[in-house]
Design a protein around this ligand. Sequence first.
Ligand code: XBP
Ligand code: MG
Length: 252
Amino acid sequence: MAELKALLFDVDGTLADTERDGHRVAFNAAFREAGLDWDWSVETYGELLTVTGGKERIRYFLDNYLPDFSVDGELAEFIAGLHKRKTAFYLQLLREGEIPLRPGVERLLNEAREAGYTLGIATTTTPENVTILLEATLGPASIDWFSVIAAGDIVPAKKPAPDIFTWALEQLDLPADACIAFEDSGNGIKSSVGAGLKTIVTVNEYTQDHDFSDAVLVLDQMGEPDQPAAVLQGDLGDDFLTIQAVERAFAG
Ligand code: XBP
Ligand code: MG
């Protein structure tokens, strides 16, 4: 078995709980601004999360909830315009510090860096959403902690397709069996496992019932010394997710 070299992180739901109080709120603000009476409730948004990618999510909403909706001109352009405004609203929320990292994320990133591991990101979200989240929570220098930030439309097929993880591995010039992924959702783990990566999952309120049977470890959170993680599947061997626990899960 190859030696562990790199840790690859999903962003939405894994580094931060971005969906309910971040992306959802930003979508609704963009809809309102455009004079649309659409309002995605917490529950509806949970259903829409079946589809990754904001533009793809709007299209899925129209296809399934408003099949009679039409626009003058190209629908793809209309969706792209709405999504651009959604991103602006979302970035504003991030800059205002409305979205913190999940418990244990900053600590684990620091432990991994101190232990000499390469860090990377593989996400479906728009690239600026990642850099501004990192800047707002960990400071501007943190962007350079990551040797690759694979995000958004860089690959046409978003999660659950494995392409974004495969692309990140290619950029790092590392084989999948020298890396471990961190995910929070069913679509996310399909993508990471599809790319050949062992995967640790931290669930959240939207994803706790997803199928994580392919994960090496499933926790409710990474946790902190004063905030233990609950183990939902696998062996943690610690009260919270340390870099040593990651190494053990990888060696499995
Ligand atoms: C993240 C997503 C994204 C965000 C919105 O999935 O599905 O669509 O909800 O981001 P994952 P954009 O965590 O599996 O990568 O609007 O920027 O696409
Ligand atoms: Mg996610």
